[in-house]
Design a protein around this ligand. Structure first.
Ligand code: FPP
Length: 247
């Protein structure tokens, strides 16, 4: 019988060959809390900490874009207390981010329809976006009241309006033109989509943009997600052969 568990060898990441854009479905907060006999809201608080650690690390290693799924169009179905707690964590994070912007130099954007959020939160999102515009470090996109299908419907309606009003041609629409109607306009598609917590689905996340993304799934719950786990995801990505439909 072995008395010592051998530590797994550290994964090798080639930092000169990072994906440009990593997108993360921050899943497993509720289960993390349940395992510890804590309320689900404690899981979200722990998840917000993990987000801080991972976003800072992504900036430090020179990642260009990080997109996280913070609140979906379907998450409103959750108990009011839980929704309130997530919004509270976002508010705290944005206030902090504004205070540290000059130091962090992270550009922040929001994907989603912010109109159902409180005026205060909307205002904070706007300010964060506005102030951080001038920074050229990592761009962090927070998906808030975001749904991939909702995004596609909005894009289709905006395009239809542009056609009706003569700004667009209904007979010609390229993928890149259509991309210009999405919340993610101007942002390259994610190269790597990470979903922790053992769930193997996309859950309405970046449906259009993930067409050629590489996926990395892990059983680790989001609050336990670490830099090492991120290294594993990047190493897995670096081992893939991306052919984009070619040979
Ligand atoms: C999914 O886990 C997680 C969410 C719906 C909320 C994610 C929010 C945060 C990490 C905190 C706020 C974010 C920022 C950017 C400061 P789940 O609750 O569905 O987990 P479960 O599947 O284990 O129940």
């Amino acid at each position: 019988m072995a008395f010592f568990q051998k530590k797994p060898a550290p994964v090798q990441v080639d930092f000169n060959r990072l994906p440009r854009h990593i997108a993360i479905i921050m899943d497993g907060n509720g289960r993390w809390a349940k395992k510890r006999g804590l309320p689900r809201t404690a899981g979200h608080a722990a998840g917000a900490e993990t987000f801080r650690t991972i976003a800072t690390y992504c900036k430090d290693i020179g990642l260009e874009y990080l997109t996280v799924y913070a609140f979906s169009t379907e998450n409103w179905k959750r108990p009011e207390e839980e929704v309130g707690a997530i919004m509270g964590l976002l508010k705290r994070y944005l206030l902090e981010a504004i205070g540290q912007m000059e130091r962090d130099r992270v550009k922040m954007e929001f994907f989603g329809d912010l109109s159902p959020l409180t005026g205060e939160l909307r205002q904070l999102c706007r300010r964060t976006q506005e102030i951080s515009k001038r920074y050229e470090g990592c761009q962090v996109n927070i998906c808030l009241n975001y749904g991939g299908r909702d995004e596609l419907l909005r894009a289709a309606m905006a395009y239809a309006r542009d056609c009706q009003e003569g700004r667009a041609d209904p007979n010609h629409l390229s993928e890149s033109q259509f991309g210009g109607y999405l919340f993610s306009r101007g942002v390259p598609d994610p190269d790597l989509v990470i979903r922790p917590s053992g769930e193997l689905r996309l859950s309405n996340f970046l449906l259009w943009q993930s067409a050629y993304a590489e996926f990395y799934f892990t059983d680790v719950l989001w609050p336990d997600f670490s830099k090492e786990e991120l290294h594993r995801a990047i190493a897995a990505y670096q081992g893939r052969s991306r052919r984009f439909g070619g040979v």
